[in-house]
Design a protein around this ligand. Structure first.
Ligand SMILES: Cc1ncc(COP(=O)(O)O)c(C=O)c1O
Length: 400
């Protein structure tokens, strides 16, 4: 009898973590490696938020909290949804989890029966299909393309929906492509969902505050209010407030679903860290100027990386609307031979050879379900990005 659960055989380890690990190993051997795999801002959490956590400790806010979160945070979340997204969620329709990851996981856990389908556009964040698999569901992947900006179209969604579809998963701005949907694009998706009354939308808005230029963020229940009763609007403080380590995510949704997620969380982790929750209250209710400052820095980095990558032979890099990732195609390098003598037959070969030859760590697109591409996280200094992109240019120029 095998000791480990069968469910484990359905789950893959995270490719993004594997890349960071490989980069660390090479660095430990003394290699000069630039890691562009990280999915977190390189800024520190703002001081007002840190202070709120310290104050919470000093006040003795160090006990278990209600499973769904402390009321001041749930009220701050409801106010945020109203203020920024024009969504009317009562505070009781919100839930706080240990990171956005737990919110997503528990939403699937609370709703998926064996074989239930979740429509996931590719490229996708690596954890979605693995979470669906652990919860016994089935991921139905819908390919997007570089030509349509890596966005799901209404036609493609219509074709993917079956009587078993439970969720459509939207992630805008997207990890890994940075693509973000306009109001009209979301409306077209919403119109398809409206035709299928049993289908719900799970929207992962984690990168909401990281959009650039004139782009205006929208979320699906705001664009189509008729969907509010079957949408889970998920968000968190991790990326917007540089709080990845604090582990606070949240969602707003129909009360029955929130209660079901509360029940699961109650037998799992209970409430998120009390101290981090008080810090998140300050993040949502306190000054927001940090976000604008960081957006400007990220936009400068995005423009630098896109421009330098488009000067690399065989690389095509579209301009993403948001997040801190670019998702260039390396199609023009497939079939060529690397300095090591290895023929590059896939994006995985491309990133492996790039790391070997030039010490630049990026993640291959096939890990996100769409290639031949690779993902660069530009959440690092401009100096490191400039050096990394020069090395990529040299690497592609040296392919024969
Ligand atoms: C698209 C997306 N959703 C959710 C998460 C999870 O966020 P958290 O760190 O709050 O669990 C991430 C983190 O990388 C992400 O990229």
């Amino acid at each position: 009898m095998a000791f480990l659960a069968d469910a484990l055989s359905r789950v893959k380890p995270s490719a993004t973590i594997a890349v960071s690990q490989k980069a660390r190993e090479l660095k430990a051997q003394g290699r000069d490696v630039i890691g562009l795999g990280a999915g977190e801002p390189d800024f520190d959490t703002p001081d007002n938020i840190k202070k709120a956590a310290i104050d919470a400790i000093n006040r003795g806010e160090t006990k278990y909290t209600p499973v769904s979160g402390i009321q001041p945070l749930r009220e701050a979340i409801a106010a945020k949804f109203k203020r920024e997204n024009n969504l009317d969620y009562d505070w009781k329709q919100t839930i706080v989890g240990t990171g956005g990851k737990q919110i997503l996981f528990n939403a699937f856990m609370a709703t998926l029966n064996e074989g239930d389908e979740v429509v996931i556009p590719t490229p996708y964040w690596v954890s979605y299909p693995e979470m669906v698999a652990i919860c016994n569901g089935k991921s139905v992947f819908v390919e997007t393309s570089i030509e349509n900006g890596f966005k799901l179209t209404a036609e493609a969604l219509e074709k993917a929906i079956t009587p078993k579809t439970k969720w459509v998963l939207m992630n805008s701005p997207s990890n890994p492509s940075g693509a973000a949907y306009t109001k009209d694009e979301l409306k077209a998706i919403a119109d398809v969902v409206l035709k299928h009354p049993d289908v719900w939308v799970l929207t992962d808005d984690m990168y909401e505050h990281l959009t650039y230029g004139d782009f205006k963020f929208h979320t699906i229940a705001e664009v189509e209010p008729k969907l509010i009763d079957r949408t889970l609007t998920m968000n968190g403080v991790s990326k917007a407030y540089a709080m990845t380590g604090w582990r606070i995510g949240y969602a707003g949704g129909p009360i029955e679903l929130i209660k079901a997620m509360d029940m699961i969380q109650g037998q799992q982790t209970s409430g998120a860290s009390s101290i981090a929750q008080w810090a998140a209250v300050e993040a949502l209710n306190g000054p927001q100027d940090f976000i604008q400052k960081n957006k400007e820095i990220f936009q400068g980095r995005r423009d630098l990386v896109v421009s330098m990558l488009n000067q690399a032979t065989g690389i095509e890099c579209p301009v993403p609307e948001g997040a801190f990732y670019v998702y260039p195609s390396c199609k023009g390098c497939i079939g060529k031979t690397a300095p090591s003598g290895k023929k590059i037959e896939s994006d995985e070969d491309f990133v492996t050879e790039l790391l070997e030859a030039e010490g630049v760590a990026v993640v291959h697109g096939s890990a996100f379900g769409l290639g031949p591409n690779f993902r660069i996280s530009y959440a690092t200094s401009e100096k490191a990005l400039e050096e990394a992109c020069s090395r990529i240019q040299r690497f592609t120029a040296n392919l024969r």
